[in-house]
Ligand binder design. Structure first.
Ligand code: ADP
Length: 244
């Protein structure tokens, strides 16, 4: 479980202080799929970057709780690449084929050389790119590149996928295909998936839980069914109206 306690992030622009996250506490259990939703500038991307280890919070704590009370160092999980961020950048070398990229990653991961070809085939099968092993990144479509990036993060057998859906710029049918693929992986591997999105339809279709942000604050959270059928906050009602 990811346990976020009293998280604050403030940016300083010359003399102006910009609050991006204010007193955010949230618990996300293993195997859940969360939608972090809110209007523009509500803090979603900041939370994604902090959970992905790309930025430090101003204050607050993020713990990884294994079972009831056994805590693990969250930054250790980041170092082990057990928390993977998708759709923000490509963890792929352009000068190597997809197969060579995966081979390198498995080697770095400490996998024995003779096991690597089999493992590459498994990962390519997960993302349905078996026929593209010998392609370089420029030879793949935008959507195939996203799946190639997914293959690369799966090498490390992540516990959590942070999916910045606002950065997934592919046409709607291909987006649906990627989201279905992630759902299938989530179910088979009991992954925790967190979407950062504006899209209520995505939340309704793919998420078990939702957290609604506005002006850096976590306004409302809970199971999708409960929050979407009985929204309490005005911001949730507006997001629902705009997304039906
Ligand atoms: P969202 O992803 O919901 O659109 P962000 O997390 O990007 O929201 O932004 C939250 C707030 O933090 C906004 O007011 C934004 O302008 C500010 N902010 C985000 N990143 C930076 C930054 N690097 N420097 C200064 N302000 C930032």
């Amino acid at each position: 479980m990811i346990k976020i306690t009293s998280l604050y992030k403030k940016y300083q622009l010359e003399t102006i202080e910009i609050p991006a996250l204010e007193d955010v506490s949230l618990q996300i259990s293993k195997g859940e799929t969360w939608g972090i939703i809110g209007p523009s500038q509500s803090g979603k991307s900041t939370l994604c970057r902090i959970l992905g280890g790309k930025e430090q919070p101003t204050s607050g704590v993020i713990d990884w709780v294994e079972n009831t009370e056994q805590k693990k160092d969250y930054s250790q999980l980041l170092r082990e690449k057990k928390i993977a961020t998708l759709f923000q950048d490509f963890p792929i070398l352009w000068s190597k084929t997809l197969e060579q990229n995966l081979s390198l990653l498995f080697e770095i991961h400490g996998i024995k050389k003779q096991s690597i070809p089999r493992k590459i085939q498994t990962v390519l099968k997960w993302v349905e790119l078996q026929g593209k092993a010998h392609c370089y990144l420029p030879q793949l479509s935008g959507e195939e590149r996203q799946r190639a990036a997914l293959a690369c993060v799966l090498v490390h057998r992540p516990h959590v996928l942070l999916c910045d859906e606002t950065r997934l710029r592919v046409e709607p049918t291909r987006k649906k295909y990627i989201l279905e693929l992630i759902r299938s992986l989530q179910q088979k591997q009991n992954l925790t998936v967190i979407y950062f999105t504006y899209d209520m339809t995505l939340v309704r279709t793919y998420c078990s839980h939702v957290a609604v942000f506005q002006h850096a604050h976590l306004i409302e959270k809970g199971e999708v069914q409960e929050v979407l059928c009985h929204p309490k906050a005005d911001v949730t009602k507006v997001l629902l109206q705009n997304n039906t």
